[in-house]
Design a protein around this ligand. Structure first.
Ligand SMILES: [Zn+2]
Length: 477
């Protein structure tokens, strides 16, 4: 039980009725952070989602100066028992998100931390008063602009549904606004205790509840390794024959809009603690930790369905469909563009920040960083975002770039210019989008030739099950 009065704040251990004791592993040492859950400045969710895992990466990268702040505090919660690397073999995530036979104990990478690493140098650069001031001003500007975009979204939707605005103009404006708002949601998902993370779902692609774990913790921590669940984002649709891929994936996502996301959310709120689930809601209820995290989800998703219903009633079906397909595919391609998901990273690299720099690239659309940030769903300043995932906004990532470049220069690491979306990124993404069908998990070819790929019962069955999975809230969220 810790020192300094923790005892009074501790939820009773008996609150974990029927569920085993929780462990959090940091640098090979086990901790029981149960008494700290309600006191974590970032809220209990990040800790509950990562219970029974190795959280070394999150500790070292989601805090500004963990050596001074987090590591000393952790000592209070150390467990006097043999250390383990991870308690849950599947990290508490569904099997379909991980490669076959994945085992967290052997398949999650370990990194070096502390003096001499890129991140240790960057912590010093980021602590300079001028950098800190620039980041703070950038966050404030980002929030103002996000609010303006949200207001514009409300105006455009109202004008469209009341037939004041031409449906084609409204649809194009909505595609751009959904992309920008999803970018805002992306930044908010990285913030502690922010209900605005639900904006992440405005582009019909993601699911904000799973984003805390799937995106902020697992994708950012384990980028481009076998434990990076985002690598599977493109996987399901790759099992569909290339000529059917776009329409079948569109139907799959339509299933998410009609029922799938709601089914998945209810499932998440009810699911128990198990090898393939974290049972976060169950634990929160047991610990009496309060549960407002889903208000944003329901607000955004009710709004999306009311829009669909009213558009249908008003005879605006085609413009709804146009803005749905446009938003879905623009944002899907942007997500897939953010990394080269077919290449696994250099597993021998032990400096986490150097690995992140090699596996991530920035994106340029117009050449104006702040505008590109909205047009790219927040993915334009991507390298800074991956090195500093605790930052509160995409503008802060832009403001941090000079500090990162100084560290790169000192360490002799090249800082490549951003890749052009149209000239460099999309040609590669389109080649991948129309590649022959393959196994969603292993990426091995499934059919001998294009005829077998498009005209087999096996393919027909896969297409039906993929669309059905969307209706049930499975896959690609
Ligand atoms: Zn992110």
């Amino acid at each position: 039980m810790g020192k300094g009065g923790e005892k009074d704040d501790c939820p009773p251990r008996a609150a974990f009725k029927g569920s085993p004791k929780k462990r959090w592993v940091v640098d090979g040492v086990s901790y029981d952070l149960t008494p700290f859950l309600a006191k974590h400045p970032g809220g209990p969710d990040f800790l509950l989602w990562s219970a029974n895992r190795d959280i070394s990466i999150a500790v070292h990268t989601y805090h500004k100066d963990p050596e001074r702040t987090v590591l000393p505090l952790l000592r209070r919660y150390r467990c006097e028992e043999p250390p383990v690397k991870s308690v849950k073999r599947l990290m508490g995530v569904p099997q379909f998100l991980l490669p076959p036979r994945f085992d967290a104990v052997t398949d999650t990478p370990s990194y070096d931390w502390g003096p001499g690493t890129f991140l240790a140098d960057l912590v010093k650069e980021m602590a300079r008063p001028a950098v800190a001031r620039a980041v703070e001003a950038a966050d404030a500007a980002f929030d103002r602009h996000a609010l303006i975009l949200l207001f514009m979204y409300g105006v455009i939707v109202s004008a469209w549904l009341s037939c004041v605005l031409r449906p084609s103009v409204a649809a194009i404006a909505l595609i751009l606004l959904r992309t920008a708002l999803a970018g805002a949601g992306h930044s908010f998902v990285h913030r502690p205790k922010s209900p605005w993370g639900a904006l992440f779902d405005f582009n019909y692609v993601g699911h904000c509840t799973t984003a805390v774990d799937g995106h902020a913790l697992l994708h950012h921590g384990y980028t481009q390794t076998e434990a990076d669940v985002k690598r599977g984002f493109f996987g399901g649709m790759m099992g569909v024959a290339r000529a059917y891929r776009v329409p079948i994936h569109t139907l799959h996502k339509l299933g998410h809009v009609v029922t799938g996301c709601l089914v998945r959310q209810v499932d998440l709120q009810l699911e128990r603690d198990a090898e393939e689930h974290q049972g976060v809601e169950d634990l929160k209820r047991a610990l009496g930790l309060g549960n407002w995290a889903h208000v944003g989800f329901w607000a955004v998703h009710v709004c999306l369905r009311v829009e669909l219903y009213v558009a249908w009633r008003q005879g605006l079906r085609w413009s709804w469909l146009f803005q749905f397909i446009g938003s879905l595919w623009l944002n899907t391609l942007l997500v897939v563009s953010s990394h080269d998901f077919d290449d696994l990273g250099d597993e021998s690299e032990r400096d986490w920040a150097v690995f992140q720099l090699a596996e991530t690239h920035d994106m340029s659309i117009t050449g104006w960083p702040r505008l590109d940030c909205w047009l790219s769903a927040g993915l334009a300043p991507h390298r800074a975002h991956h090195l500093l995932p605790y930052q509160r906004s995409a503008y802060a990532n832009i403001a941090s770039e000079p500090a990162i470049r100084r560290v790169c220069e000192r360490r002799g690491i090249a800082w490549d210019p951003p890749k052009g979306l149209g000239s460099e990124i999309l040609p590669v993404v389109f080649r991948r989008l129309f590649a022959p069908a393959c196994d969603p998990a292993t990426r091995e070819a499934l059919y001998a030739d294009a005829v077998a790929e498009h005209a087999s019962w096996r393919q027909l069955a896969y297409c039906v099950s993929y669309v059905g999975a969307g209706v049930c809230g499975i896959g690609s969220i």
